[in-house]
Design a protein around this ligand. Structure first.
Ligand SMILES: Cc1cc2nc3c(=O)[nH]c(=O)nc-3n(C[C@H](O)[C@H](O)[C@H](O)COP(=O)(O)OP(=O)(O)OC[C@H]3O[C@@H](n4cnc5c(N)ncnc54)[C@H](O)[C@@H]3O)c2cc1C
Length: 291
């Protein structure tokens, strides 16, 4: 059994990992390889570099440093986190359609902040009234109803798996993206561009840019890659808008679930991410030493 799985190999996740591995803990980092910081051409406000460094170099240096100290980094997308029967966490990660599960006593969410999510008219307005961000949490409310999923990647497929045994039908909304995968007979794929989500007190229909519409009982949002906030919500951790609520020890309200870096909000900078990663790592070390 692993002491800790860290999701995200940016400054926060790697910083947490460095402390834990040097203390002899059994840890694993699971992360997609893309990092927003790679777009930074020049970084000159982080300690220790006489000359500016590119975001790409800084990220690569961190990963090489982690690997040199013996941290295993799996390049995969995490699509689900659940509690397992033995009071631990079970993580599902995917790479090239192959799904694997991993178990750990503690989890650190360090997936950064989610960017580029849709700003479709009506989406915010109907949150909690037909718009859901969590199939595990809300699927039961849509028993035998017609629902849609906004998204077309691995995360959307995972949400679909949760919904299919419960709902009457699922429409996958790609919002203009091409889609070629073969789907279950209960699934329709709609690639039209969405104009608006419409309803009176709740979501009732989706209007498309070509003038057509689709009547629907609910829409599950699963665009792109699941963020820390998506995971936090599913597992019962408190969030505040786009950020996870943590205390000064980087603990969420869910025992043994920590969050650090951009996903906890505040100043979205490398120095803060590295600091919070250290705090989460040290807290887990101290807790495990006491037990
Ligand atoms: C263009 C740009 C320029 C910047 N310039 C500066 C600067 O000059 N100075 C500065 O201090 N800060 C800068 N920042 C901010 C800085 O990048 C962030 O504050 C910092 O990277 C946060 O670190 P993090 O570890 O919390 O998250 P991130 O660095 O965002 O790392 C998160 C990691 O988690 C992975 N991930 C996400 N979801 C999943 C999932 N479901 N499964 C598996 N892996 C997942 C991502 O692929 C990524 O590798 C800049 C940001 C951008 C976008």
């Amino acid at each position: 059994m692993l002491d800790c799985i860290i999701i995200g190999s940016g400054p926060a996740g790697v910083s947490a990992g460095l402390y834990m591995v040097r203390a002899g803990l059994k840890i694993l980092i699971i992360s997609k390889s893309e990092n927003a910081l790679e777009k930074a051409e020049k970084i000159e406000n982080y300690y220790g570099f006489e000359n500016p460094i590119t975001g790409k170099e800084l990220i690569q240096n961190g990963i090489h440093q982690a690997k040199r100290l013996g941290i295993e980094i799996l390049e995969k997308e995490v699509v689900a986190i659940k509690f397992s029967d033995d009071n631990c966490f079970e993580i599902t990660a995917i790479k090239q359609n192959t799904q694997e599960k991993y178990k750990a006593k503690n989890i650190i969410l360090a997936t950064g902040v989610s960017r580029n999510k849709s700003n479709i008219k009506g989406l915010k307005e109907f949150e909690g009234r037909g718009i859901s961000y969590c199939a595990v949490c809300d699927a039961a409310f849509y028993k035998d109803r017609d629902v849609a999923i906004l998204g077309s990647g691995d995360y959307a497929m995972q949400e679909m798996k949760e919904l299919l045994p419960i709902v009457h039908s699922v429409t996958l909304l790609t919002n203009g993206k091409e889609f070629t995968k073969k789907m279950d007979s209960k699934v329709q794929v709609n690639t039209k561009k969405i104009k608006q989500i419409h309803g009176n007190r709740r979501v009732e229909e989706i209007k498309f840019e070509d003038g057509t519409s689709l009547e629907i009982d609910g829409i599950f949002i699963a665009e792109g890659v699941a963020s820390s906030v998506d995971f936090a919500k599913k597992i019962g951790a408190k969030v505040n808008g786009n950020y996870i609520v943590v205390n000064e020890k980087m603990e969420t309200n869910v025992p043994n679930l920590y969050a650090c870096g951009d996903c906890t909000g505040g100043i979205l900078q490398i120095a803060k991410a590295v600091y919070e990663g250290m705090v989460a790592g040290l807290e887990i070390i101290s807790k495990l030493k006491k037990s």
